[in-house]
Design a protein around this ligand. Structure first.
Ligand SMILES: *Cc1c(COP(=O)(O)O)cnc(C)c1O
Length: 403
């Protein structure tokens, strides 16, 4: 194959979405609260909650909105300190700032996961809530995180934006903390262009989030598909007491997402197979290393991250250029200008930026390449070959096969 594969295009939306889209176009019924019952957004919430095995789901305009609402629904006071990993997308500290809380960053190791010693140390620095971001689907040690937080009564929100389908110790990611949040932005497992959803088993928390998402007056009644006295009491309690942020999802997004739920298992299976196949090839190079996942984690990747070994900053830039020449775009998180995943660019966080040498060192040599589930074996071979040869271009044949 001479041409590099396109790793940015999405998969087509399942054909079965068309009939529902057509119905919406004919009726013009795009607002989730117009129909008395069974609006597409409501059905999506029911299906998603059932898929995850959680009691409640609330669909909203983005995962950022879900994270923001989670923090608001926890009732954190303004200025509350929220511990987040220093390796994540800028949307995460942004949601914390939006909720009038203070992001506190903790170190992330060279395996892209929370450095548990640093996490434990910072947890005792007046932390009010923890927002675990499973960045690029990499799961940190959730058993250790939950044990530390439960012992202190600190609530945990899971940012599972990019982790749908990941399993930790037999439990679905997003169901382990008090709330789990997912994204339907186009680069995530389910694609609606934009959108998000939060899941929880906590009736009071979801009642608060539903109202703040924009269920004005008694629209919250449309969130009870069956009698739920606990939830109804919570809605009644919070009626008129919370601001409305209007972060609702529209029906058109919901009908695009719903038929994709049936695709989750295949996308997860193929994404994992593709990732592990390319990882195995990269790990045979002396200059590339894909860190192991944690033992209790079953991954659902749609991209691959790997570290460069023994390359200077100049050699790292030369490697990215050599890969680009072969048609493969490599993002080195810490090297591209204004990268939204490099914590030093989050200058909107109030206060001094902490020095996080471990995370910084990781970001300066960690590479990111998209690897969607739809790629064929030939396309994976092209990508892996291009990366291995780019490293050899820069570091030299002799050294590649030397030690
Ligand atoms: C995509 C992403 C987000 C933001 O999701 P949106 O739906 O675009 O707001 C947050 N965290 C992580 C880890 C992400 O990958």
């Amino acid at each position: 194959m001479s041409l590099a594969p396109n790793v940015y295009d999405a998969e087509p939306i399942p054909e079965s979405a068309r009939a529902e889209i057509d119905k919406l176009l004919k009726s013009g019924d795009l607002f989730r609260y117009t129909a008395p019952e069974n609006a597409p957004v409501t059905l999506l919430e029911q299906d998603f909650a059932a898929h995850m095995g959680s009691r409640y789901a609330l669909a909203v305009s983005s995962c950022s909105a879900a994270l923001f609402l989670s923090l608001k629904a926890l009732g954190l006071r303004p200025g509350a300190r929220v511990l987040i990993p220093a390796f994540t997308f800028a949307a995460v500290p942004s949601a914390v700032v939006h909720a009038e809380c203070q992001p506190v960053l903790c170190e992330v190791g060279e395996n892209y996961r929370i450095d548990m010693a640093d996490f434990a140390a910072r947890l005792d620095d007046d932390i009010d809530a923890v927002l675990v971001s499973h960045m690029r689907g990499h799961t940190s040690d959730m058993a250790a995180i939950m044990a530390l937080c439960d012992a202190r009564g600190i609530p945990v929100v899971e940012d599972a934006a990019h982790s749908l389908g990941t399993v930790w110790d037999g439990r679905k990611i997003g169901t382990i903390g008090r709330v789990g949040c997912f994204s339907f932005q186009s680069y995530k497992l389910l694609n609606a262009g934009e959108g998000g959803i939060m899941i929880t088993d906590d009736a009071d928390l979801v009642a608060r989030a539903v109202i703040m998402s924009g269920a004005y007056e008694h629209n919250w009644a449309k969130h009870m598909n069956e009698a739920d006295p606990e939830l109804e009491a919570a809605f009644a309690h919070w009626q008129n007491k919370l601001p409305l942020y209007n972060l609702r999802m529209g029906n058109l997004s919901a009908v695009i997402i719903r038929p994709q739920l049936d695709e989750i298992a295949r996308r997860v299976r193929d994404g994992r197979t593709n990732h592990d196949y390319v990882a195995d090839r990269l790990n045979r190079s002396a200059f590339l290393h894909v860190p192991d996942k944690l033992a209790k984690e079953e991954r659902a990747p749609d991209s691959i991250q790997f570290n460069l070994i023994g390359m200077t900053e100049d050699e790292t830039r030369a490697f990215a250029a050599a890969a680009a020449e072969r048609g493969i775009k490599v993002q080195v998180f810490g090297l591209s200008t204004d990268n939204a995943r490099a914590f030093w660019n989050w200058q909107f966080i109030p206060g001094d930026m902490p020095d996080l040498p471990r995370t910084r060192a990781m970001l300066m040599r960690a590479c990111d390449v998209r690897l969607p589930a739809r790629l064929t074996r030939a396309e994976l071979d092209y990508i892996a070959g291009a990366l291995v040869m780019a490293a050899q271009d820069v570091m030299g044949e002799a050294r590649a096969y030397g030690t």
